[in-house]
Design a protein around this ligand. Structure first.
Ligand code: NIG
Ligand code: FE
Length: 401
């Protein structure tokens, strides 16, 4: 059954062939959706007939946000750590082990219901594709469990056994890396698309360049794509390692040397910026302008996790990117949609052109600019029940229910 979505005041397609700018804007637009895919896009006046019709009354529509970096399988609470940080205690990754203890103690149903609750928050804020990492289990069985549960909500799952060295391996980093690259990877690879590592010599808990390389190379040999947490807490080898190994994305990028920017500009690795982390840790924001001006592909993601940023809001990331990192509203919206898709090597999401998934974010606003202009306002509109039933099964979502 086809549905005509019309009355779109401003449509962000992210396809420059369809309209001006990198956002490929079409004003007074319509699109036709069939079988969860976009089958027609253009001016409303030229739209073909369809079986069903939804009129958006001048609202803006953009591709659903692609949140390419989250850690959502966890239990416990770290709000006291956040409170301490707000009065000056710096973040060094040490709090991760408290989440590991709480997560190991939780049963599957608790982890599943907390995961689903955050995913529901994301959907309500316009996110239609989400990547989810493991990394709070840190044993063979616990990492595999986290990925199995993450797989219930998304195909974009990432094995992050190399998040920190767990307490039972204190002082035995090499043995832990052998576990991660051996039995843990073997148990986790069937449930993962990606492998990631917290490459951060500035943290006493994370991994140096050599250990990170071992993790990434083992992941690649097991058929996984590569992602890296790099240069979050200080300068380090993460960014250049990610580019050298052809990682899809290197995330954080807060402390960059000229050589890091040059490597990113010459390579194919996306730089994923996570401004909610700097907001929630009182850290300096990454220099997005330096990356954009060098021609680097930039994505925005939430990094939603209990330690450095417990926000599920891509609109917040867009607003922070504009206000604090001097990205234009158009650059920020592109980075939160097409940029996230590039960071996940996805061509079916992050844009609204014929053949793409019909993952639409409808704003209760006339323009995408309102995402930055009206920070904190819940602009993503849920279709009213009548519209929702007529559109259900038509406006597709990568997230499963
Ligand atoms: O991306 N930096 C490493 N990992 C997460 C934080 C995890 C935590 O503190 O629980 C991040 O910021
Ligand atoms: Fe992270």
């Amino acid at each position: 059954m086809s549905t005509l979505v019309t009355g779109i005041g401003e449509l962000v397609t992210n396809d420059p062939a369809l309209g001006p700018g990198p956002l490929g804007i079409v004003t007074g637009a319509a699109l036709v959706v069939d079988g969860g895919r976009v089958v027609w896009v253009g001016p409303a006046a030229a739209a073909p007939a369809a079986d069903d019709r939804v009129d958006l009354d001048g609202r803006a529509v953009l591709p659903g946000f692609v949140d390419s970096h989250t850690h959502l399988v966890f239990a416990g609470d770290r709000s006291a750590e956040f409170e301490a940080r707000m009065s000056g205690v710096p973040y060094d990754g040490g709090g991760i082990t408290s989440t590991v203890a709480a997560t190991r103690a939780a049963d599957d149903d608790l982890l599943r219901s907390r995961l689903r609750a955050v995913v529901a928050e994301m959907r309500a804020q316009g996110t239609t594709t989400v990547e989810v990492k493991s990394g709070y289990g840190l044993s063979v069985a616990e990492e595999a469990r986290a990925l199995r549960i993450a797989r219930e909500v998304t195909g974009e799952t990432t094995f992050l056994g190399a998040h920190v060295v767990p307490p039972e391996f204190a002082g035995r980093v090499e043995e832990y890396v052998a576990l991660v690259t051996g039995p843990m990877l073997a148990a986790c690879a069937p449930f993962a698309r990606w492998v990631d590592v917290f490459c951060e010599p500035a943290s006493p808990h994370a991994f140096d360049g050599e250990a990170s390389r071992a993790v990434l190379e083992a992941g690649r040999a097991a058929g996984l794509g590569l992602r890296v947490h790099g240069n979050q807490l200080g300068p380090g080898p993460g960014v250049r390692l990610a580019v050298e190994l052809g990682a899809a994305s290197v995330d954080h990028c807060t402390y960059l040397a000229d050589a890091d920017v040059d490597a990113l500009a010459a390579g194919a690795t996306v730089a994923t910026l996570l401004p909610g982390v700097e907001f929630s840790t009182r850290s300096p924001y990454p220099d997005a302008r330096r990356l954009l001006d060098a021609g680097v592909t930039v994505a925005l993601a939430t990094d939603c996790n209990p330690g450095t940023c417990f926000s599920s809001s891509m609109p917040l990331c867009v607003a922070l990117a504009v206000r604090e990192m001097r990205m234009t509203p158009a650059e920020a919206v592109w980075a939160a949609t097409a940029g996230g898709a590039a960071a996940l090597h996805r061509e079916d999401v992050g844009q609204l052109r014929v053949g793409a998934r019909a993952d639409l974010s409808v704003l209760d606003a006339p323009s995408y600019r309102h995402l930055a202009y009206r920070p904190g306002v819940p602009l993503v509109r849920s279709l009213p029940p009548g519209d929702r039933s007529s559109a259900s099964g038509v406006i597709g979502l990568t997230l499963e229910r």
